[in-house]
Design a protein around this ligand. Sequence first.
Ligand code: AMP
Length: 210
Amino acid sequence: MRIVLLGPPGAGKGTQGERLARELGLKRLVTGDMLREAVAKGTELGKKAKEYMERGELVPDELILAMMREALAGADKFLLDGFPRNLAQAEALDRMLGEMGLDLTHVLLLDVPDEEIVRRLTARRVCPRCGAVYNLITNPPKEDGKCDRCGAELVQRPDDTEEVVRKRLEVYKAQTEPLVDYYSKKGLLVRVNGVGSLDEVYERIRAALS
Ligand code: AMP
């Protein structure tokens, strides 16, 4: 399977995608994580991407496409999370896959209403050490403020403040949402209701893919 996970920030793409990729044996490519790692390491890409990310805007396509071309090389079963994010990226992805003799098998849209997104993202906490993701409302850590997996102190992503979340939602609607139509026309779109417990949503995804 070669899957694109689509949906607004905070729809649950990270959490659901991690489980799906593990159970289906797919290589998981998460552009947000790749960029955050580049920022943390202070690479050339990271230096260029940082300010866009802090503002909740998209990082320029040329940087993203170079990064993804490299990441996709040699992959034949994968799950993409956070890419493509606009039409130009979707068309570039089609070209890249075409050159590799591959195509997408599913585009999975996780549907979550705006108010729920703002509520979820401002309650999101992440582990700076191992990358685990929690939600104070829907998926809290066992011990307050501490990572279940590695014990590190949890933090809030700098772009999860209410102001930046609203900006990211605006960017999603203007630039990413047109992809719903793009992939629908290609007959690839599968829509899943992203509201519910983690297990409920996961079961819907599995059912939609089978
Ligand atoms: P995410 O973790 O997917 O919400 O991504 C965090 C931030 O990384 C976004 O707000 C963008 O600034 C940047 N980003 C991630 N993926 C892309 C992409 N495909 N194109 C442009 N910018 C991206």
